[in-house]
Design a protein around this ligand. Structure first.
Ligand code: IMP
Ligand code: MG
Length: 177
């Protein structure tokens, strides 16, 4: 598996440090607000699991599953495969994403959830790739700004592989060329 990795972009230690920082910041900003963390599956699962252990306030968690991606290029189309099980009317929502790339997925999700009249919607992303942004969307909380390279590990995949790498690595271009 690791022979597919060109280089390590973010080490386990850096991940741990920055995820802790975001958890502490959210705990401060949302004290007394009882937010709902909404993880966007599948890519969020490791980040969210680690993040939640650094959140020290009352909160709940829910998940959505969307697909918008095939291989290394966003198709631009977003499909909801699993919707929320909690009612979000009047609640503070924090969307948890693995990576904000074109922004098409999150922009769609934000608009989709807005209709249910939550009190607020914020975005927490592990990584931000601003060079590729197409939609007018930004992260309220971001772990790392990353260059325009295809990255895998710590929940992120290439065709469902490499999610289990404990760090973020740049995939060798020959894997997807
Ligand atoms: P967007 O709609 O273009 O912002 O795409 C968001 C989704 O595409 C993310 O949640 C990821 O699942 C996937 N994605 C974007 N860039 C990468 C990458 O470098 N590696 C793995 N998945 C990626
Ligand atoms: Mg993906």
């Amino acid at each position: 598996m690791e022979s597919a990795i060109e280089r390590v972009l973010i080490t386990r230690e850096e991940l741990e440090r920055h995820v802790a920082r975001i958890g502490a910041q959210i705990s401060e900003d949302y004290a007394g607000k009882d937010p709902i963390f909404v993880g966007v599956l599948k890519g969020c699962f490791i980040f969210m699991a680690d993040l939640m252990r650094h959140v020290t306030i009352n909160c709940s968690m829910d998940f959505m599953a969307v697909s918008s991606y095939s291989g290394t290029n966003s198709t631009g189309a977003v499909k909801i495969n699993k919707d929320l099980s909690e009612d979000i009317g009047g609640r503070h929502i924090i969307l948890v994403e693995d990576i904000l790339d074109s922004g098409v997925t999150l922009n769609y999700l934000k608009n989709y959830l807005q209709v249910r009249e939550p009190a607020s919607i914020a975005v927490a992303t592990l990584m931000d790739k601003p060079a590729r942004r197409k939609a007018d969307i930004y992260a309220d909380y971001s772990g790392f700004e990353v260059p325009d390279a295809f990255v895998v590990g710590y929940g992120l995949d290439y065709n469902e592989r490499y999610r289990n790498l404990p760090y973020i690595g740049v995939l060798k271009p020959e894997i997807y060329e």
